[in-house]
Design a protein. Structure first.
Length: 63
């Protein structure tokens, strides 16, 4: 599991971005990849999975 911070999340559109704590990479997250509800600036843990446009954050839950 990786750790990061929710940089942006749009509830109405169902997606956002998470910044990795280790290397500051940003990863796309879709509402289907969430376990817990998240808001901007929440600390989260997540895994990465190859998506259509690169790596996506999945299994996202509050840290």
């Amino acid at each position: 599991m990786k750790e990061g911070t929710v940089k942006f999340f749009n509830d109405s559109k169902g997606f956002g971005f998470i910044t990795d704590s280790d290397d500051n990479q940003e990863y796309f997250v879709h509402v289907s990849g969430l376990i817990d509800e998240v808001r901007e600036n929440d600390k989260v843990t997540f895994d990465l999975k190859e998506g259509r446009k690169g790596l996506n954050a999945v299994d996202v839950k509050l840290a």
